[in-house]
Design a protein around this ligand. Structure first.
Ligand SMILES: [Zn+2]
Length: 281
């Protein structure tokens, strides 16, 4: 069933686990996420960036995600990931997304607060959830270069102010993680996370979850992360399985798609176990 992500995240925060938030890029990745969530009885957040909406066809992508989420036997939130424009937020809310992220982290704090507040008001008008970002989470996402990670980590007092003054429901503070594949050892500034957790009442989100060692993810959740974003590892699993299927000589799209679906399902299952959200749906 289609659910707001605030509901899933508040429950996770109370109980001390995290909800896996998985990016989808096509139909087989979308179904792999839902099938794994159903098998593990886990609540799940399906998310897509404006880049992918543009690339694969926004209206059709929204419709397939909405239909798949509504038919799922577990709670599923449909989330717009990394929108840097109010336009995409409104588009998503008009297409039944139950959750939206505004990434105004490049703007000065006062402007980030103003735009995040606008997004929170729009989201709340439709019963949806609003997520904002503070500090800069770099790396490459969907082939979009978001700059280098660790250059501007979230300031705890600014985090408290952003949440208080904007009315957002979830916050993604930059803690040193990055989007895409890590080229050096990933880092999470746990002390900073503790300070933010102590000052901010809403659920906290970890971006760039692909490729972070399991023990670091577990520690981040123990210290108060309630949503873990996974995108890149799903793409890598998809690409590996597609390559193999095509190399074996198939020209049937469904045969390659089934292999890819199986590979992605396996990654989603591991991440659900890591997040501790299995059995919570
Ligand atoms: Zn992100």
């Amino acid at each position: 069933m289609l659910t707001s992500s605030a509901e899933l995240l508040e429950w996770a925060q109370k109980k001390g686990y995290a909800v896996g938030a998985f990016n989808f890029h096509n139909l087989e990745i979308l179904y792999a996420i839902i099938e794994s969530a159903e098998a593990e009885k886990a609540p799940v957040i399906l998310q897509i960036t404006p880049t992918y909406l543009e690339k694969i066809g926004a209206t059709a992508a929204a419709a397939m995600a909405r239909e798949a989420a509504a038919a799922a036997r577990v709670p599923v939130a449909l989330h717009l990931d990394h929108s840097d424009s109010f336009k995409w937020v409104i588009w998503a809310l008009a297409h039944d997304f139950t959750s939206v992220m505004i990434d105004a982290s490049k703007l000065p704090l006062a402007e980030n607060i103003a735009l995040s507040r606008q997004v929170a008001e729009a989201a709340h008008a439709t019963g949806a959830t609003a997520e904002a970002e503070l500090g800069h989470i770099g790396g490459v996402e969907d082939s979009v270069d978001r700059g280098s990670a660790g250059t501007s980590l979230a300031d705890p007092d600014e985090a408290a102010r952003l949440v208080r003054e904007s009315g957002i429901d979830a916050l993604a503070p930059a803690l040193g993680t990055a989007h895409g594949l890590y080229t050096s050892q990933p880092k999470i500034d746990f002390e900073r996370l503790d300070k933010i957790r102590a000052l901010v009442p809403v659920p906290l989100v970890l971006h760039g979850g692909s490729g972070i060692p399991d023990n670091m993810i577990r520690e981040a959740i123990a210290r108060g992360i309630s949503k873990v974003n996974i995108g890149t590892e799903l793409k890598v699993a998809w690409a590996g399985a597609m390559k193999e299927a095509l190399a074996a000589g198939t020209t049937e799209p469904w045969q390659a798609a089934m292999k890819a679906r199986e590979a992605v399902r396996e990654v989603v299952k591991q991440k659900i176990t890591l997040c501790g959200c299995g059995g919570k749906g």
